[in-house]
Design a protein. Structure first.
Length: 198
């Protein structure tokens, strides 16, 4: 099954995102050799992700850069570039959840967020994929049948992550997104969290 794993390098939890995706790929029996790694960035200094296990290395990487790197822009670009992809895997954050829905819509496929597992033995050749996700405030595991390719999923934010190593490298982005139509007065501020229950 040809798939694309997508991460946003501008998020503070990039290492966890990538570790979760690598663990998900390993647990579901997908072969990294059938995958493409898509790294979304807001600046030309892209993060290079080192995966030390050669069996888990992606043969192809696509670096997408945009001023805001909006999910709509990324989805529009991927619609035209990754046309033969059966499965898109996104992290379970706000960016990944929104991107899964956008790609599913733009490519006339199906999308589901908060996925915990997929059955790669299901009828993917017939355009169906069996997926699992937690429902009812995570008290029940539900099984769903996705009926239209490409299958676009974001992972459950509570999945375990494999350790990965990253280093900062200046790379030329594969694509620069044009987002002039979007409001760009944006600032990112970390949220303050209390140290204990008090």
């Amino acid at each position: 099954m040809r798939f694309a794993a997508i991460v946003n390098t501008f998020a503070p939890d990039l290492e966890v995102q990538m570790g979760r995706i690598m663990r998900f790929i390993r647990d579901t029996g997908l072969d990294a050799k059938d995958g493409v790694l898509v790294m979304c960035s807001r600046q030309p200094e892209c993060i290079h992700i080192c995966i030390h296990n050669p069996e888990a290395a992606f043969p192809e990487t696509v670096d997408v850069m945009g001023e805001l790197c909006m999910p709509q822009s990324v989805a529009e670009y991927l619609r035209d570039v990754l046309t033969d992809t059966d499965l898109f895997i996104m992290p379970g954050n706000m960016f990944g959840n929104e991107l899964a829905v956008h790609i599913g819509s733009f490519l006339d496929g199906s999308s589901l967020t908060g996925v915990t597992a997929i059955d790669t033995r299901s009828n993917t050749d017939r355009g169906k994929l069996i997926v699992k996700r937690n429902i009812y405030a995570n008290h029940v595991s539900g099984t769903f049948e996705m009926k239209k390719k490409p299958f676009c999923i974001s992972l459950d934010i509570c999945l375990s992550a494999d350790p990965v190593q990253m280093e900062l490298q200046k790379t030329q982005p594969t694509a620069v997104l044009h987002e002039s139509g979007f409001w760009s007065d944006l600032s990112m501020e970390p949220r303050e969290t209390p140290g204990d229950l008090d």
